[in-house]
Design a binder for this molecule. Structure first.
Ligand code: ADP
Ligand code: MG
Length: 367
């Protein structure tokens, strides 16, 4: 994305009682993008969001918003009014839904008719027209979060900060709200920082993804980069790469390496790393195709993939709408299959299958 930066921070740090909670040497949020911040609990995601919103007193560093410096500890009211924040637990005023949504506009002194018009629009967008006159304290979690989102969107913020807004909701409600937020963002192009620990949510909403661990941003890039080319085993684990193997480059020609991962077992990978390099291999479970093992005496190749291993099925785990298959190829390998594939291949623990994957699907990290 070539959009100009909306916000840039440099040397952002938060230290409390000698403990460094956050260190971000530099970070830019581009105008119109959704930057998803992904990481496990305690990674520092909320701390980062609060620092960017100037809600943490102990923050040091520099913040530039639309080319203007903002004092991180004493931001102007003008700056604050360009942001809207939605938290995991909706913090609603003890009044009606409509009054909650109107509150920010009232503070800004908008004309009454305009407020009514805007509130009606966002009640509609969030699907809560019928709740307009309900008391906020009587709302379900999902309804309260719709109200919080409407209250944020109605302000037409320049930067929307969302801190795990769907985490406390049941799955259908979460999916409905994800779709609404996605649609509204596509429509308004509001620049969004979206904090989540859920990689599917990050993938659904994020144009870029920043992965956090221990108070640092350990990788930032497009969702595609983060999910298929993690920079470390920690990121690989967190983005759902099921097969992570250690090995050594045993052969190198024309940018294709053969990597020894077990005695007599080599994996072909698109990598220019030289002979002898110690590496970590990452392979997503979606990249592995399972086929029926070739019948005795059949020489024809069942697949054009460079990697083909006869594998024992060690475990089959129902995984959402699919199945996660643990395999033993002389090294461990994990694949996903659908129910029809499970049946066609007659997969069962103790059975045998042919596991195949392309050399280009293997991501190689030097160690
Ligand atoms: P996340 O949102 O990724 O789950 P947080 O940003 O809430 O993580 O917290 C990151 C770390 O900082 C945690 O270890 C948390 O205990 C610690 N932390 C957050 N706020 C404070 C504070 N005010 N004082 C001390 N430690 C804090
Ligand atoms: Mg948090």
């Amino acid at each position: 994305m070539d959009a100009p930066p909306l916000l840039t921070v440099q040397d952002l740090r938060i230290q409390i009682d000698g403990r460094l909670l956050l260190t971000v040497p530099s970070l830019t949020i581009l105008r119109g993008e959704v930057l998803a911040v992904l990481g496990p609990n305690g990674a520092g995601k909320s701390t980062l969001l609060q620092a960017l919103a100037c809600l943490r007193e102990s923050t040091t560093g520099t913040l530039t918003f639309e080319e203007q410096r903002v004092d991180l500890r004493a931001p102007t009211l003008e700056f604050r009014r360009r942001l809207a924040v939605v938290f995991q637990e909706p913090l609603l005023f003890d009044t009606t839904v409509a009054e909650n949504i109107a509150s920010g506009l009232q503070l800004r002194g908008l004309a009454k008719a305009l407020i009514t018009e805007k509130v009606a629009l966002w009640l509609d967008q969030l699907g809560i027209n019928h709740l307009a006159h309900r008391q906020a304290r009587t709302l379900s979690g999902g309804e309260a979060q719709r109200t919080s989102l409407a209250r944020a969107f109605v302000l037409s913020p320049d930067l929307l900060l969302l801190d795990e807004p769907f985490s406390a909701l049941d799955t259908p409600t979460r999916e409905a709200l994800l779709e609404i937020v996605h649609r509204v963002q596509q429509h308004t192009r509001v620049t969004t920082l979206f904090v989540t620990h859920d990689r599917l949510e990050a993938l659904r909403l994020g144009n870029r993804v920043a992965v956090m661990d221990k108070g640092e941003i350990v990788q930032i890039g497009t969702a595609e980069e983060i999910f298929s080319q993690p920079v470390s085993e920690t990121v690989a684990n967190f983005v759902g790469i099921e097969t992570i193997l250690r090995g050594t480059v045993a052969c190198q020609s024309d940018g294709f390496a053969e990597i020894g991962v077990a005695p007599e077992k080599r994996i072909a990978a698109a990598s220019p790393l030289p002979l002898g390099t110690e590496v970590t291999l990452c392979l997503r479970p979606e990249e592995v195709t399972l086929l029926a093992p070739p019948a005795e005496g059949v020489l024809e190749q069942p697949s054009s993939a460079r990697n083909q291993f006869l594998a024992g099925v060690t475990r089959i785990i129902p995984w959402g709408l699919a199945y996660k298959i643990h395999l033993d190829c002389g090294f461990p390998l994990v694949a996903f299959v659908t129910r029809p594939s499970l049946e066609v291949l007659n997969l069962r623990a103790g059975g045998t299958v042919l596991a195949t994957f392309k050399a280009t699907a293997v991501h190689v990290l030097p160690r």
